[in-house]
Design a protein around this ligand. Structure first.
Ligand code: ADP
Ligand code: 5GP
Length: 202
């Protein structure tokens, strides 16, 4: 049984750092590798962080209904392929999506059940500091992302969980707790539980 975990939040909030940690720490989570038209950053690998594709390819994929959701963000296109969800289901893994607010909204409007988590920095000033210290965008792109962040945080009320990423250890501990709690739900425990219950009748 696959549970979808959707993480959104302004660019620079710390989603990637938190995701890296959860993937190293907990078993059976698959990261949903999105398609994007943006250029790879140093250290990013095609097929691992993203599928880096051209605008033409992206448009063809949209027309072929290849995406479960897709959106524009800060001048580039991003989308989640339907295959990601299918493959996680086939592998019996949970799926973790790092997507912006419009994409998350599309999933909600389609009635897709997921754990919707919003990651916010402790303040706008700290977001700006992190975006600059990451050193992956030029000044114009940083400004675009900062402007976009004002819109992003206005959508926080659509989410079920909020993680304030001030102290990284605390934020990570909360994120981990959400995963562990979701995975402890009765419907997730049924197969393990059946064997335990059966042992009471032997
Ligand atoms: P996002 O994926 O949300 O765009 P990143 O994970 O790339 O954000 O984080 C943006 C920058 O902020 C990175 O340089 C990262 O190392 C740093 N960062 C993330 N979380 C914290 C934190 N709690 N305290 C200080 N810096 C952080
Ligand atoms: P970045 O360029 O910093 O990697 O990502 C920019 C924004 O795009 C982030 O908010 C990230 O969550 C979002 N994003 C990444 N992949 C997808 C996707 O497949 N769909 C949508 N809607 N947003 C995505």
């Amino acid at each position: 049984m696959t549970t979808l975990f959707v993480l959104s939040g302004p660019s620079g909030a710390g989603k990637s750092v938190l995701i890296r940690r959860i993937l190293e720490d907990l078993p059976n989570i698959r990261f949903s590798v999105s398609s994007t038209t943006r250029a790879p950053r140093p250290g990013e690998t095609d097929g691992v962080n993203y599928h880096f594709i051209s605008r033409e390819q992206f448009q063809r994929d949209v027309e072929a209904d290849y995406f479960l959701e897709h959106a524009q963000f800060s001048g580039n296109c991003y989308g989640t392929s339907r295959r990601e969800l299918e493959e996680a289901g086939e592998a019996g893994q949970d799926l973790l999506l790092d997507i912006e607010v419009q994409g998350a909204r599309q999933l909600q409007e389609k009635g897709i059940e997921a754990v919707y988590i919003f990651v916010t920095p402790p303040s706008y000033a700290e977001l700006e500091r992190r975006l600059r210290s990451r050193n992956t965008e030029d000044e114009a792109a940083i400004q675009r992302r900062l402007r976009q962040s004002v819109e992003d945080v206005a959508h926080v009320h659509r989410y079920q969980f909020v993680i304030v990423n001030d102290n990284l250890e605390e934020a990570y501990s909360r994120l981990r707790s959400i995963f562990v709690a979701e995975r402890s739900r009765l419907r997730r425990m049924e197969s393990e539980l059946n064997a335990i219950l059966a042992s009471f009748h032997n």
